[in-house]
Design a protein around this ligand. Structure first.
Ligand SMILES: [Zn+2]
Length: 307
């Protein structure tokens, strides 16, 4: 099989070809998950023409056998198996509270997510990060409301699930609620209220707000400007918190390195377990990861020049 980046991740064999995570709307292509950098201008998420494909159901596509596997990244995220090739998309071998986890499988060609592909890009154990976050939350809630900021699809719903464990009330922005509403019918039950439905007299009650990161500090949109005046304690939640200081830069109270991607060592372990003959690395850390795979695992590796 030949793999390169052209209008998406293009996989070719003889006269057959298929595009994974296409850059433009392309009939007969496959989208790995609902993050906007993998969707064609948000086409599918905005009620476009995509066809859902359940995990584990094999189909014939352009002459290839194609099957989706859980990627453990966000709700609904998939790794794509195309004959003897596996494309991980964004993935996490550790999984999360609102999705399964990515499991390695023997393949000949492996295209792997290199978001944290630079050696040393490792997170503390996920369990430790989650307990730190919940401990901090409980402590701060004794004094009033707390806000957690994270990406609107995936991270925010993961945060709702975490706070639900404490039995503490969660209020979220309408966009985060709209996305979370989709989880229930698939058996992921999240408990939350919509910010827009809170009475004014309730605003200062001790509860956890889960918000888009941009809402953690002023200037806030008029509709939610009250968030700036209720004495919120604020924390940003992202894998990048392991490497950068957001607390100081944005004047927040805390930050937690909870990621929906595997870290460098997770990814190396996953690659080794798949025993591929050839590895292609994709996304931000692609060059670093390709180098590390060749050096440490002695497997031929090539960085795909993605967007
Ligand atoms: Zn993603």
């Amino acid at each position: 099989m030949r793999v390169r980046y052209e209008g998406g991740i293009l996989v070719q064999e003889a006269l057959k070809e298929v595009i994974l995570d296409p850059a433009r709307k392309t009939p007969g292509s496959i989208v790995s998950h609902g993050h906007m950098d993998h969707l064609t201008s948000g086409e599918v998420r905005r009620g476009g023409t995509g066809q859902p494909l359940p995990y584990g159901k094999e189909i014939d596509l352009n002459g290839f056998r194609v099957v989706l596997k859980d990627a453990g990244h966000v709700f609904g995220s998939a790794m794509v198996r195309v004959d003897d090739l596996l494309y991980t998309g964004d993935f996490n071998p550790e999984g999360g509270a609102t999705c399964g986890r990515a499991q390695p499988e023997f393949v000949r060609d492996l295209i792997v997510d290199a978001t944290y592909g630079r050696p040393g890009y490792n997170f503390p154990p996920k369990h430790d990060v989650e307990s730190d976050l919940l401990n901090w939350l409980e402590m701060e809630l004794a004094n009033g409301p707390v806000a957690l900021g994270g990406y609107e699809f995936g991270k925010s719903q993961e945060l709702i699930a975490l706070v639900n464990r404490l039995g503490v009330e969660v209020a979220v922005s309408d966009k985060i609620a709209d996305l979370a509403d989709l989880y229930g019918p698939y058996g992921v039950n999240l408990r939350y209220r919509r910010l827009s439905e809170l009475e004014e007299g309730e605003h200062r009650d001790p509860r956890a707000y889960v918000l888009p990161p941009g809402w953690l500090r002023p200037p806030l949109d008029d509709s939610v400007s009250w968030l700036g005046s209720i004495g919120l304690k604020t924390a940003y939640v992202s894998g990048w918190c392991a490497f950068f200081d957001y607390t100081g830069r944005y004047g927040l109270d805390a930050q937690f390195p909870l990621s929906d991607h595997g870290d460098f060592e997770d990814v190396m372990t996953f690659i080794e377990a798949c025993r591929p003959r050839r590895v292609y690395t994709a996304f931000s850390g692609a060059k670093d990861l390709a180098k590390a795979v060749e050096r440490r695992l002695k497997i031929r590796a090539e960085a795909l020049l993605t967007r």
